[in-house]
Design a protein around this ligand. Structure first.
Ligand SMILES: Cc1ncc(COP(=O)(O)O)c(C=O)c1O
Length: 398
C-alpha cells in the first residue's frame, strides 16, 4: 500500500495514517496483579503502571471479584434486553440506589457506559432553543451530547469564570440554560471551581451538570466527589454524572439528582431506552466497589497523599504540570516528537505511561499523562520520577 497524498482517500486509508504517524497501536495488558500497580504487557513483560484510570487500585479486589462471580452464578453474563423491556434486574435497582446514596441524591439512573450516560442525558434534558455552555476542556462525550441535543452550544475558556459569566449573560433567558463542566479535567488534572460556577448558575437561573468520571472516589475525604471536596451540599450540582469505569473498576455510567429528573430520564434518555442494560457481573462489581469505598475510605486518603507526593516530586524536578491538583498529572513536553520520545524512554525502562498528542490537546502542549493509584508505593513513585527526569534531561524537556 502506498500513501503520499495529503488527505486520506477514505475513512480506512491505513497507509495514509501510517505515513502521517497517526497509526495507533493498541497495547495489550495481558495480566494484572490485584492490589499492585504492576501489570504484564504482551511483548514487553512486567511494567509499572502509570497510566491507569483505576485510581483506587481496586481492579481484581477479591470482594469485587466475588460479587461479580456470584452475579454470574445467579443471573448469567447478560440480560434479557434493554432496561425498559426485560433487562432490569434487582442488581440494577440496587446499583441506582447505591450511587444515589453515595452522591447524596434523591435518585439515580444507570447506563451501559459513561459515554452513553452523557450523550443520552444531555440530549434528553435540552431542546433546540436552549443554550448549553461548556468549558473548553469538557470531555468529548459531553460535546457529542450537546451536538445530539441540537441546543445552542457555546464554550467558555477553561475554568475562566468571567468568561462563563459573559456566556450566561449572552444566553437567551426565555429558554433553558445549562452549564456543563468536568469535576477533574481528564487531560489536565485541575478541578472545576464549583463554588464560583454554582454562584453564577444561581445568578442566571441555569442548571449545572458536572461529569465526575475523574473525581468520583478521588475528591473529598471519603471520595464522594467534588461537592465534598469544596464542603458544599449535594444540592450544589443539579445533574451529577459519573462512570463506573475508573475508580470503580467496572463499566457503566450514572446520573444522580432529583427524583423527578431521573424519572424523566428513564422515559426520555435514548441510551437507556435503546441500549442493553449493564451486564449482571458489572452491576454487582460496581455495587461492591461503592460499598468498599464507604467501608474503607483510607484508600481514598492514600490516593490523595500519593498523588500529592507525585506532583510535588515532578514540580521539584522542574516539570511543567500545568495547574494539576488531582488524579491526572500532565507532564508537558511541548513538541509531539519529544512527548513520544519521552514516553518510549519510560516504556523501555518498564514504566507504562502514555503520550497525549494534538488534536486531543492543543498544539505545542503534547504531554505524558501520568496517573498514580492508591496501590503505588513511595518507592514506585520515586523510581518513575527518576526515570522521567533522566529522560527529560536527555531529550531537552527539562
Ligand atoms: C470526563 C469523562 N467523561 C466521560 C467518559 C466516558 O466514560 P466511559 O469510559 O465510562 O464511557 C470519560 C472516559 O474516559 C471521561 O474521561
Amino acid at each position: 500500500m502506498e500513501a503520499s497524498q495529503s488527505v486520506p482517500r477514505g475513512p480506512w486509508d491505513v497507509a495514509y495514517y501510517q505515513e502521517q504517524g497517526l497509526y495507533f497501536h493498541l497495547v495489550e495488558v495481558s495480566e494484572v496483579e490485584p492490589g499492585s500497580p504492576r501489570v504484564r504487557v504482551t511483548d514487553r513483560g512486567e511494567m509499572l503502571m502509570f497510566g491507569s484510570y483505576a485510581y483506587l487500585g481496586l481492579i481484581g479486589h477479591p470482594a469485587i471479584n466475588r460479587a461479580a462471580q456470584d452475579a454470574i452464578a445467579r443471573y448469567g453474563t447478560g440480560t434479557n434486553g434493554v432496561r425498559l423491556l426485560a433487562g432490569t434486574l434487582p442488581l440494577h435497582n440496587e446499583l441506582e440506589a447505591s450511587i444515589a446514596a453515595f452522591k447524596g441524591a434523591e435518585a439515580a439512573i444507570a447506563f451501559a457506559s459513561g459515554y452513553i450516560a452523557n450523550i443520552s442525558t444531555i440530549s434528553a434534558l435540552l431542546e433546540r432553543h436552549d443554550t448549553v455552555i461548556c468549558d473548553k476542556l469538557d470531555h468529548a462525550s459531553i460535546v457529542d451530547g450537546c451536538l445530539l441535543a441540537g441546543a445552542k452550544l457555546v464554550r467558555f475558556r477553561h475554568n475562566d469564570l468571567d468568561h462563563l459569566a459573559k456566556r450566561l449573560e449572552q444566553a437567551d433567558p426565555a429558554h433553558q440554560r445549562m452549564v456543563i463542566v468536568d469535576g477533574v479535567y481528564s487531560m489536565d488534572g485541575d478541578i472545576a471551581d464549583l463554588p464560583g460556577i454554582r454562584a453564577l448558575c444561581d445568578r442566571y437561573g441555569a442548571l449545572l451538570m458536572v461529569d465526575e468520571a475523574h473525581s468520583l472516589g478521588v475528591l473529598g475525604a471519603t471520595g464522594t466527589g467534588i461537592e465534598e471536596h469544596f464542603g458544599m451540599a449535594p444540592s450544589a450540582v443539579d445533574v451529577k454524572m459519573g462512570t463506573f469505569s475508573k475508580a470503580i473498576p467496572s463499566v457503566g455510567g450514572y446520573v444522580a439528582g432529583a427524583a423527578e429528573m431521573i424519572i424523566a430520564l428513564k422515559h426520555k434518555a435514548r441510551g437507556f431506552i435503546y441500549s442493553a442494560a449493564i451486564p449482571p457481573p458489572s452491576a454487582a462489581a460496581s455495587i461492591a466497589a461503592l460499598q468498599l469505598i464507604r467501608d474503607e475510605p483510607e484508600r481514598v486518603q492514600r490516593l490523595q497523599q500519593r498523588f500529592a507526593y507525585f506532583l510535588d516530586r515532578l514540580k521539584a524536578a522542574g516539570f511543567n504540570v500545568l495547574a494539576s491538583q488531582a488524579a491526572v498529572a500532565p507532564i508537558v513536553c511541548g513538541s509531539d516528537e519529544r512527548a513520544v520520545r519521552l514516553m518510549m524512554h519510560c516504556v523501555d525502562r518498564g514504566i507504562f505511561i502514555q503520550a497525549i498528542l494534538p488534536p486531543v490537546v492543543p498544539t505545542g502542549l503534547a504531554r505524558l499523562r501520568a496517573t498514580v493509584t492508591a496501590n503505588h508505593s513511595i518507592e514506585d513513585i520515586d523510581h518513575a520520577v527518576e526515570v522521567l527526569t533522566e529522560g527529560a534531561q536527555r531529550l531537552g524537556v527539562l
